[in-house]
Design a binder for this molecule. Sequence first.
Ligand code: MRU
Length: 363
Amino acid sequence: MTLEAIIYENGKLKILDQLLLPSVSKYITIEGVKDGWNAINKMQVRGAPAIAIVGSLSLAVEIYNENFDSKQSFKQEIENKLNYLVSARPTAVNMKIAADDLTSLVRELANDEAVTLHELKSSFLKSAERMLAKDISDNKAIGKCGADEILSNVPADCAIKILTHCNTGSLATAGYGTALGVIRSVHERSRLEHVYCTETRPYNQGARLTAYELVHDKLPATLICDNMVASLFKHRCVSAVVVGADRVAANGDTANKIGTYQMAVVAKHHGASFYVAAPLTSIDLTITSGGCITIEERPEREMTHIGELRIAAPGIACWNPAFDVTPADLITGIITEKGVFKPKELKDKITELAATEKKNEIL
Ligand code: MRU
């Protein structure tokens, strides 16, 4: 049975509170946009695709039973509330891309005289609701492309060891996962010898969430602390690292959970492949390089405390960036639902794909 972290039906939304995992599995109800913003900001839901889905669905919940005077007032409310949701966390681009897509849809339909207010609202709801199913099918495609790619580089009878970071599974997406989807797919082909997951300090998404998913799915898995990565490469012959992404720039530079960059450096030193697995909704072609990405800094309490227990000496200053940027030249490939791209070819390939899709829509 797969974990269902986001449950939506007919204007009602519940999410698994990730602050309580793994000790307590408790769903909380999201009543509207304010609850959505708080859940994202406090990290009751986290992971780039899940943030976008919960944010968009929290708006669907809010307007589900609301009556509007006109198409213009509907449009205005949607735009304002989407902008507010984008402000909950700055680094992951998925919520921004979802907001841009939903805003364009609403603007276009609001300006079309043939479309009624009722039709406008139901088109918006359908678009937001479709995100759950689309994310799962994208993740399955990412899993397949990634497993094909990684296994094509090893002998046919060989099982492999993979290292991953943070949580990119069912808890970070609508289900299956991105990097964890690739690992699941390798396992489904009986080619996964072992997966190693990092603890992912300071918030421990690896120890709390990835480890929870790996145990739940019965994958052969071992947890390591973040500072054991170089030793792992030296002693355990890891073939590949697969991580997720919060924002990939046009040149392939990738922002992901803090600690990703040092893993890429170590992988290069040991001659191992380093893959980023991400849906196209994590790729931001509007920025040229990773230097343009805003890196969120989180409260120091996430470093100084575990739960209620203070583990750092009182009075010490802390720096807590939630993400870092891995330079494109350390990345072997970016695994998407449409194929695996070298960082250098990413921009052209995605632009080409978008043009073909547009042409097919017209025909
Ligand atoms: O701070 P988080 O837990 O939201 O960070 C999550 C990550 O960095 C993930 O690797 C990324 O969002 C990809 S999730 C499929």
